[in-house]
Design a binder for this molecule. Structure first.
Ligand code: NAD
Length: 477
């Protein structure tokens, strides 16, 4: 049992203002494995005040980028050393299969941090330009106090995509984890202290959505960075619009994997294990619509059913597990609800369905629906679990049309023997990323969504820009 009775505010472990607590329940055992304070509005006030002080009067924004990078390099080294601990912890709190966790919940966040540490050395924080009346210095200054609000599915990754560029830029941060997965934030806070990051630069307050909404509206905040559902993103975007406050939004998805007629089916189906079902399917960029050419539809259906039906479902801490439990009871209920919707809409379960693979824990059977048409809810709405919809297309134009016929525009993939042609098809897909014969998020490459999948980009140099204000200083020749 991991108990925390303090919050990380102003560089120290501060007593919370309220008495409420959040129980963290293991999705595998359904037992309480952790307890943390339930942050209140008063805790947010204290955290924003600490971040404000650190920004307005502290050393952090005034340091040279190389000095900040040196401090963050210490944090990155600690992270690299102890990433197994982080992977185990995230698996315990939200059920990510440990083999995915080692990469996606720990190694990848550390790589993102190290990427921004390295970028600081070469990024043009200041440049000289020739203006009409004389030279102009163009500087990039930190935007200020950042509210970072993130979900439970990849908590360290979604936090680090905000924290690392914000800190390299010279911002200070109030991070709000979700109530489902708050424990990893406490481990990170320990490392922030060990690395000697100045007080108030990083503050972490787990809390529910009302307190999150309070943070978004807080007058001491300059920028909001959010990852989560499209519904919450709309609310947050509207609040930021009213206040003319900068915001980036990484929201939901319903991405398509297009299998072209010449694809090697065995390799494709193996690739979809990751592209479509990573992290139990609890991934915004998961390619949960699989588009098969009508000429090979039966063959694809058989291969996909065999792969998905053969996945090892069980204890996420077990190295043989490929699909663990869903993160929360409500998430299991939501996914089962969608399986019912698919059946009611007339789609055909070709593997999986409503029989639970285990009596205890929030497990659902990995499921593939065949005979799905683009108008069905299971083809349009984000399910956020191991449930795939298989759709047939007539020709390549039809495949592109179906892939683009979505309110979302986050990820996608094209599977083909002709990689160059795959790239041409990928260019036609209206999403922020589209892989060919694989799907991956690289730290140095922008990630984000078109349409209802969000606003702005994270990762890469593009992911640093939202944390910088540009200032021009012209002067006479
Ligand atoms: P959610 O939107 O309910 O919650 C996400 C976070 O926002 C939590 O910390 C929550 O407490 C907080 N929150 C919710 N409403 C808020 C509000 N009005 N104001 C301030 N804070 C608020 O999402 P969820 O269901 O917990 O997480 C899953 C969702 O996240 C999925 O839709 C998924 O697609 C999305 N997601 C997107 C990405 C991406 O990069 N695009 C990555 C991971 C997850």
């Amino acid at each position: 049992m991991r108990e925390h009775d303090r919050l990380f505010i102003g560089g120290e472990w501060a007593a919370p203002s309220g008495t409420g607590t959040i129980d963290v329940v293991s999705p595998h055992t359904e037992e309480v494995v952790g307890r943390v304070p339930d942050g209140t509005e008063a805790d947010i006030d204290a955290a924003v005040a600490a971040a404000r002080r650190a920004f307005d009067h502290g050393p952090w924004p005034r340091m040279a980028p190389a000095e900040r990078a040196a401090a963050l390099g210490r944090l990155s080294a600690i992270y690299a050393e102890r990433q197994q601990e982080m992977a185990d912890l995230v698996t315990e709190e939200m059920g990510s299969p440990i083999l995915f966790s080692i990469f996606g919940q720990a190694a990848l966040p550390q790589m993102v941090l190290q990427y921004y540490v390295d970028l600081a050395a070469e990024f043009p924080f200041e440049e000289e330009r020739a203006g009409m009346l004389g030279p102009v210095t163009v500087t990039r200054e930190p935007v200020g106090v950042v509210a970072a609000i993130y979900p439970w599915n990849v908590p360290q990754f979604t936090l680090m995509m905000k924290l690392a560029p914000a800190l390299v830029a010279g911002c200070t941060v109030v991070a709000k984890p979700s109530p489902e997965a708050p424990l990893d934030g406490f481990l990170l806070a320990e490392w922030v202290r060990e690395a000697g990051i100045p007080e108030g630069v990083v503050n972490i307050v787990p809390a529910g959505r009302e307190v999150g909404a309070y943070l978004v509206e807080h007058p001491g905040v300059d920028k909001v960075a959010f990852t989560g559902s499209t519904a919450a993103g709309r609310t947050i975007g509207a609040a930021c619009g009213r206040r003319l406050r900068a915001c980036t939004l990484e929201l939901g998805g319903k991405s398509a994997a297009i299998i072209l007629p010449d694809a090697d089916l065995a390799a494709t189906v193996e690739g979809l294990k990751m592209a479509s079902l990573m992290n139990n399917g609890e991934a915004c960029a998961a390619q949960t619509r699989v588009l098969a050419p009508r000429s090979r539809y039966a063959e694809v259906a058989d291969a996909l059913a065999a792969m998905v039906g053969g996945l090892a479902v069980g204890d996420p801490a077990d190295y043989g597990t490929e699909i663990g439990p869903l993160a929360a009871r409500r998430q299991r209920d939501r996914v089962e609800g969608y399986i019912r919707v698919g059946q009611d809409e007339g789609a055909k379960v070709i593997t999986g369905g409503l029989d639970r693979p285990h009596d205890r824990g929030w497990y659902v059977a990995p499921t593939v629906f065949g005979d799905v048409t683009p108008d069905m809810r299971i083809a349009r709405e984000e399910i956020f679990g191991p449930v795939l919809a298989l759709l047939a297309y007539d020709d390549e134009d039809d495949a592109v049309r179906i892939a683009n016929d979505s309110e979302y525009g986050l990820g996608g993939s094209v599977w083909t023997a002709d990689v160059d042609h795959g790239v041409e098809v990928a260019r036609r897909i209206r999403t922020g990323s589209c892989g060919v014969n694989l799907y991956v998020l690289d730290p140095n490459t922008p990630f984000g969504g078109y349409k209802d999948s969000g606003l702005g980009r994270e990762l890469g140099p593009e992911g640093l820009a939202p944390y910088l204000e540009y200032k021009a200083i012209p002067r006479p020749a």
